[in-house]
Design a protein around this ligand. Structure first.
Ligand code: GAR
Length: 212
């Protein structure tokens, strides 16, 4: 049966758009985007969902005093209203607690704009990641799709892809290159592999199974 995908967003939603476009091309094999949930009411990602005819939900982070309460409400929404099989964090800028990962073991995935374990962890998100990579002076960076566990950005890695850092790059230019060359390709690929039951977690590693 086709898997129901819920996409969590907080901002522009270009990764959501990459998923919507991949779905339109028939590339999310055995999966269907069933809901988009935003932590902020004004996220442009909600417009993208609306334009694609996907139900959008807003669960504002500031309505909750702590992450635990927020996670509990989100988990209820995912299980009871959306009936999600897979939860995709696509530019979702809110820390979640273990209740979600217990409800969805090895079924929450995140995209991060660096080659983990570089430039990741608490406080390292969005443009900050690229600022840190440029400050450090690395010659390559990239993106990582991984399963989400309680430890921030430390779950088993599903896919990674590298991009060059070029002389004169600003954080914005590097961010755009990594989105175009890495993120918008990797995330749909990882989602499609999950929906085909082709990801097998073995300790810290993820084995990609061949097509049947
Ligand atoms: C993307 O670069 C994504 O990898 C990053 O935020 C951006 C969201 O863009 N996520 C993180 O830094 C998570 N730690 P988008 O809203 O256009 O997809």
């Amino acid at each position: 049966m086709s898997k129901r995908i819920a996409v969590l967003v907080s901002g522009g939603g270009t990764n959501l758009q990459a998923l919507i476009d991949a779905q339109g091309r028939g590339e999310l094999v055995n999966g269907r985007i069933s809901a988009v949930i935003s932590s902020t009411p004004d996220a442009f990602a909600l417009e993208r969902a609306k334009n694609a005819g996907i139900p959008g939900y807003v669960l504002p982070r500031w309505d909750f005093s702590d992450s635990r309460g927020y996670t509990a409400a989100l988990t209820r929404l995912l299980r009871e209203t959306v009936g999600a099989d897979l939860v995709v964090m696509a530019g979702f800028m809110t820390i979640l607690t273990e209740e979600l990962f217990q409800a969805y073991p090895n079924a929450v995935i995140n995209i991060h704009p660096s080659l983990i374990p570089s430039f990741c962890g608490v406080g390292c998100y969005g443009l900050h990641v690229h600022e840190k990579a440029l400050e450090y002076g690395v010659k390559i960076s990239g993106a990582t799709v991984h399963f989400v566990t309680e430890e921030c950005d430390a779950g088993p890695i599903i896919l990674q892809k590298a991009a060059e850092v070029l002389p004169g790059d600003t954080p914005e230019v590097l961010q755009r290159r990594i989105m175009e060359q890495c993120e918008w390709k990797l995330l749909p690929q990882a989602v499609s592999l999950f929906c085909q039951d082709r990801l097998k977690v073995e300790g810290r590693a993820v084995r990609i199974l061949d097509c049947l």
